[in-house]
Design a protein around this ligand. Structure first.
Ligand code: CO8
Length: 264
């Protein structure tokens, strides 16, 4: 896939999408958001892709937010369209059935933090900075930050970040539970790739079921969530991967998960 503002690469079931506007610290313009939605559509339709990684080009920034040059020219209705387009792409990202890892290599500000928050988890380089600085521009987060951040780190910490617009270091973000792992900048992609490879070896059916149940369960009460888990568990048992996984254990060998999503 070829894009103007994104790089796409896929190998051995692991796809990497790189935000590629390094001169503007990979800020999100309307064109990039359209390309992101297109790329995610293509990833969703490719059964060979088992894990997606998002990262930023260059060593300074993941994504420094919405493109302020474009934002400054928007009137209210255009801003609504831009925010809707961004939320549409980010919703697509969150609902992708495969695991998505954000490899945050520098600034993840505004829309950049919001994209990372919609991924399944975040690994960050030691120089990463997270923040929702929209308040300093006289606006508020518009790509889901007021909703996803409090759900992840708690309402009061999220309010402080959003009301002050202050940036957090990678270590602070890890302490708050926003980031799973912090590593040296030159080790970031190696670490992310190692985790992606480990995930890619697992069964497609069970990975999808786990993600779907976790995501859906966050929006319902515990009893309903556990009941969804029972159904998804039963569905996994119907897949050849469950047979392979349990048989491999009993035969003391490594399981090789081959179930396709399209087979009978
Ligand atoms: N938009 C456009 N250009 C940007 C952006 C951005 N968000 N961030 C950086 N750039 C550009 C700079 O203008 C500069 O360009 P040039 O070289 O042509 O002057 C280049 O990138 C390098 O940036 P700096 O020289 O500023 O680099 P520094 O290392 O000094 O500073 C910072 C780095 C701290 C990241 C700084 O650039 C900065 O504060 N950027 C803005 C961060 C920000 O406020 N982000 C939030 C944007 S708003 C948002 O994301 C809302 C999302 C929801 C929108 C809803 C739609 C309506």
């Amino acid at each position: 896939m070829e894009f103007k503002n994104l790089l796409f690469q896929a190998e051995a079931g692991i796809a990497t999408l790189t935000f590629n506007r390094p001169k503007a610290l990979n800020a999100l313009n309307a064109e990039l958001l359209g390309e992101l939605a297109q790329a995610l559509e293509a990833v969703a339709g490719d059964e060979d892709i088992r894990v997606l990684i998002l990262t930023g080009a260059g060593d300074k920034s993941f994504v420094a937010g919405a493109d302020i040059t474009e934002l400054a020219k928007c009137h209210a209705l255009q801003a609504k369209l831009f925010a809707t387009r961004g939320q549409h792409a980010i919703q697509k990202l969150q609902c992708l059935s495969i695991p998505v890892i954000a490899a945050v290599n520098g600034f993840a500000l505004g829309g950049g933090s919001e994209i990372a928050l919609a991924c399944d988890f975040i690994y960050a380089s030691e120089n990463a900075k997270f923040g929702l600085p929209e308040i300093t521009l006289g606006i508020i987060p518009g790509f889901g930050g007021t909703q996803r951040l409090p759900r992840l780190i708690g309402m009061n910490m999220a309010k402080e970040m959003i009301f002050t617009g202050k940036m957090l270091s990678a270590a602070e973000a890890k302490e708050l539970g926003m980031v799973n792992k912090v590593v040296a900048p030159d080790a970031l992609m190696t670490e992310v790739m190692a985790t992606a490879k480990s995930i890619a070896q697992k069964g497609k059916v069970s990975l999808r079921a786990a993600k779907q149940v976790i995501n859906a369960g966050m929006g319902v009460d515990l009893k309903t969530g556990c009941s969804m888990e029972v159904d998804a568990f039963a569905l996994c048992m119907a897949s050849p991967d469950a047979k392979e996984g349990t048989t491999a254990f009993l035969e003391k060998r490594k399981a090789v998960f081959k179930a396709s999503l399209t087979e009978d």
